[in-house]
Design a protein around this ligand. Structure first.
Ligand code: NAD
Ligand code: UFG
Length: 334
């Protein structure tokens, strides 16, 4: 198949490109590099010994999209802005990029008669969990503009499918992706100050930051710090392969991609410190606004409908993140 991957130069996108290239699919990456770089795609090529077709462009440019996707069979849509805090500061930019961009993409797909789509959604659409583990039928709500964009796109896709039931749509609600490709060539490489826990810890371990701020130790969890369902990015990437393979008949499917296991902030500090051999100094600071105590998936549906389940352990995730960070102490932007 020829697969059109928006945001394919980013963290999850680049790992997904590797999985599809390894299966001999053709990959067209469409990215504006607002949060990524060319070097990543060169590394994808050196891992796979395959060539990626790159079209540099913005998903809000419908004409450019239309031209770029000619001849493609399916679309995997990663492109978007993803920083929760920034979305509160700049809601219009988030709605424009994530919602308007997706509308342009869907129109371009319709023009080209491409009706297979895998979309990156997020566990953020569950809001503050009413019950755990989270199943796909949990009520949906959001607490910030980023989450709202994910929910709006899910609803747009549902309406699109209702209006034309020849579409094949797979919505993947990711839990917390961490880890890196085992080569250490690609991984999470934030351009600015990391917003998320793992890249922050990795930068402390490599000496780029002095200490980790732990956002609260008074949650109702065993050690008081927040619990999340961390999933290895390669498992996540393989979930996209399974999702696309499942789109052989028209459908609108929503599945969680998580492991079903929860780890706390202090669990990550401990395991990362063990695998890296580095001390991770940390300070307990007040809770971060909008954070929840615990969040983890019920991954049963993904196993049932996609034949997919995560296989890599939490320790492996920490090891692979450290492998990438220690081989690329300043990231790929230097
Ligand atoms: P990322 O920032 O590394 O990758 C996104 C890519 O999209 C980047 O290469 C960026 O340059 C590109 N992009 C952004 N806006 C664009 C536009 N207008 N036109 C063209 N390209 C554009 O992020 P990621 O972690 O790989 O996330 C991928 C997707 O998964 C996003 O939609 C994100 O919201 C979603 N998601 C991520 C997480 C996570 O924790 N990483 C969790 C849940 C969902
Ligand atoms: N945390 C810290 N210090 C930090 C960063 C995070 O203590 O410097 C804590 C948080 O309070 C939380 C846990 O580490 O308890 C995980 O935080 P992340 O920011 O790594 O992840 P979140 O669960 O808050 O959010 C991420 C993405 C969202 C996405 C969600 C579910 O940022 O966009 O996972 O997929 F919606």
């Amino acid at each position: 198949m020829k697969i059109f991957i928006t945001g394919g130069a980013g963290y999850i996108g680049s790992h997904t490109c590797v999985e599809f290239l390894n299966l001999d699919h053709d990959v067209v990456v469409y990215d504006n590099f607002c949060n990524s770089n060319y070097e990543t795609l060169q590394r994808v090529e050196s891992i796979t010994h395959k060539t990626v077709t790159l079209v540099e462009g913005d998903i809000r440019d419908e004409d450019a999209l239309c031209k770029a996707m000619v001849g493609c069979d399916a679309v995997i849509h990663f492109a978007g802005l993803k920083a929760v805090g920034e979305s509160v500061e700049k809601p219009l930019e988030y709605y424009d990029n994530n919602v308007q961009g997706t509308l342009c993409l869907l129109r371009a797909m319709r023009t080209n008669n491409i009706k297979k789509l895998v979309f990156s959604s997020s566990a953020t659409v569950y809001g503050n969990p009413q019950k755990l583990p989270l199943t796909e039928d949990h009520p949906l709500t959001t607490t910030n503009p980023y989450g709202q964009t994910k929910l709006m796109v899910e609803e747009i896709l549902r309406d699109l499918y209702k209006s034309d039931s020849t579409w094949c749509v797979s919505i993947l609600r990711y839990f917390n992706p961490i880890g890196a490709h085992e080569s250490g060539l690609i991984g999470e490489d934030p351009k600015d100050m990391p917003n998320n826990l793992m890249p922050f810890i990795a930068q402390v371990a490599v000496g780029r930051r002095d200490y980790l701020s732990v956002y609260g130790d008074d949650y109702a969890t065993p050690d008081g710090t927040g619990i999340r369902d961390y999933i290895h990015v390669v498992d996540l990437a393989q979930g996209h392969v399974k999702a696309l393979e499942s789109l052989v008949v028209p459908q609108y499917t929503v599945v969680n991609l998580g492991t079903g296991m929860g780890y706390s902030v202090l669990d990550m500090v401990k395991v990362f410190s063990e695998v890296s051999g580095k001390e991770i100094p940390y300070r307990i600071v007040p809770r971060r606004e909008g954070d929840i105590a615990s969040c983890y998936a019920d991954p049963t549906l993904a196993k049932k409908t996609l034949g997919w389940q995560a296989s890599r352990t939490f320790k492996q995730m920490c090891q692979d993140s450290w492998n990438f960070q220690s081989k690329n102490p300043h990231g790929l932007n230097v």
